[in-house]
Ligand binder design. Structure first.
Ligand SMILES: [Zn+2]
Length: 382
């Protein structure tokens, strides 16, 4: 096992991640306000009311363009007839139209009650994810970013990912240059009723594919958290989602975007989709740590230069490994490596504006290599 190399990092001079300013009290206030609506079920008037409240919160943040987007819910299993629905899209315009997106779903569900009127607080599922996105917006606004950042509250999640499906299709149709999607869904508790507890990790689910880079995005989120978040990190799960269940990242993956899902390690299934999904069963220190992981990744991604292309391992017989790639003249690059059996990056070195590098005494037969723009998702060397 290689020890991780400690390298001179990387905290970009004009844009640190601001994770020390993440505020558990502010996250709690957002969750409590959202949970105070009788219901935010997509089929209820509460959805639009909650979207209007959230949009006003986003509008109070300088520099954000805020949209309550109306789309059409198709009739289906939990939708009796076609009807309009709403979601919130707040945009912080960057220097480029390269885009990163963070979101959670604002809609709630109580399976035991009438969708339009029954009490559905949805505090953890998923006011927690909505609160994480809002907190990131508050801490990223007022600074200059290379990428455009979209903060989204999805809806129709509980009816079959309908809002994220509509938005992913819109992103594709409008040719958004979407480089990463971070979906947070049920991220606000560290323990369950079975006595399991993990205050140190949030799970990140990702899948592998040929037309997106979701797995590498997940690996990058883990790496960035290890650099910047103290005492809390990521548990990577190499699956699309939990067993038999879905999330708002998947419609984006299906449109060819790189997208992952954050979810707490020990869910309490008996509270989900019931009137018991309440703030008092949450852990706001935990939620703050999840927000820190998101903010560290988002801050890196939002200031990264373009990804290198044609990243390759030089085919020589040597004890060292040489790499070459095509890069951007204004972008600094990082070379990463890991053993073939390691899920996470074990070594890395900042090589500045080089377009080639030699890693001494690290054997290409035993390791996977990648190169990324500083803060960006690495591309595996072939
Ligand atoms: Zn959910």
């Amino acid at each position: 096992m290689l020890l991780p190399l400690m390298c001179a990092l990387l905290t970009n001079s004009d844009a640190g991640s601001g994770i020390e300013q993440v505020d558990p009290k502010r996250l709690e206030a957002t969750v409590r306000r959202l949970a105070s609506f009788q219901t935010r079920n997509t089929l209820s008037p509460g959805l639009k009311e909650a979207c209007e409240w959230l949009a006003s919160e986003y509008r109070s943040i300088p520099g954000l363009k805020v949209e309550i987007w109306e789309y059409t819910l198709p009739a289906g299993r939990r939708v009796p007839h076609e009807m309009p629905a709403y979601e919130v899209v707040a945009t912080l315009t960057g220097k480029t139209d390269r885009t990163v997106l963070i979101g959670g779903h604002i809609d709630s569900l109580n399976l035991q009650a009438d969708p339009a009127t029954g009490r559905a607080p949805g505090a953890n599922d998923d006011a927690s994810g909505v609160a994480v996105a809002l907190e990131c917006a508050r801490l990223m606004a007022g600074r200059s970013w290379s990428q455009t950042i979209k903060f989204v509250a999805f809806s129709g999640e509980e009816q079959g990912l309908l809002g994220s499906t509509a938005l992913a299709k819109r992103a594709k149709a409008e040719n958004w240059k979407l480089e990463a999607v971070l979906s947070n869904d049920t991220v606000g508790s560290s323990s369950n009723k079975a006595g399991q507890k993990d205050t140190k990790h949030v799970r990140v689910f990702s899948e592998e594919g040929t037309d997106h880079n979701s797995r590498e995005l997940a690996r990058y989120i883990d790496w960035e958290a290890r650099q910047t978040v103290k005492g809390f990190g990521v548990k990577l799960v190499f699956r699309r989602d939990r067993f038999g269940r879905g999330g708002d990242h998947t419609p984006f993956v299906e449109q060819g975007f790189s997208a992952v899902r954050f979810v707490e390690t020990h869910e309490e299934y008996t509270r989900q989709h019931t009137p018991d999904d309440l703030p008092e069963f949450m852990d706001f220190k935990h939620l703050a740590n999840v927000a820190r992981v998101n903010l560290s990744a988002l801050s890196g991604l939002a200031q990264a230069g373009p990804a290198p292309t044609e990243v390759r391992v030089v085919r020589d017989q040597s004890h060292d490994t040489s790499l070459a790639w095509k890069g951007d003249k204004d972008t600094d690059y990082m070379v990463y490596w890991r053993e073939t059996t390691s899920p996470v990056w074990q070594g890395w070195v900042n090589v500045g504006k080089a377009t080639k590098a030699r890693i001494d005494k690290v054997n290409k037969d035993d390791h996977v290599f990648a190169v990324g723009a500083i803060g960006g998702v690495p591309s595996e060397a072939k």
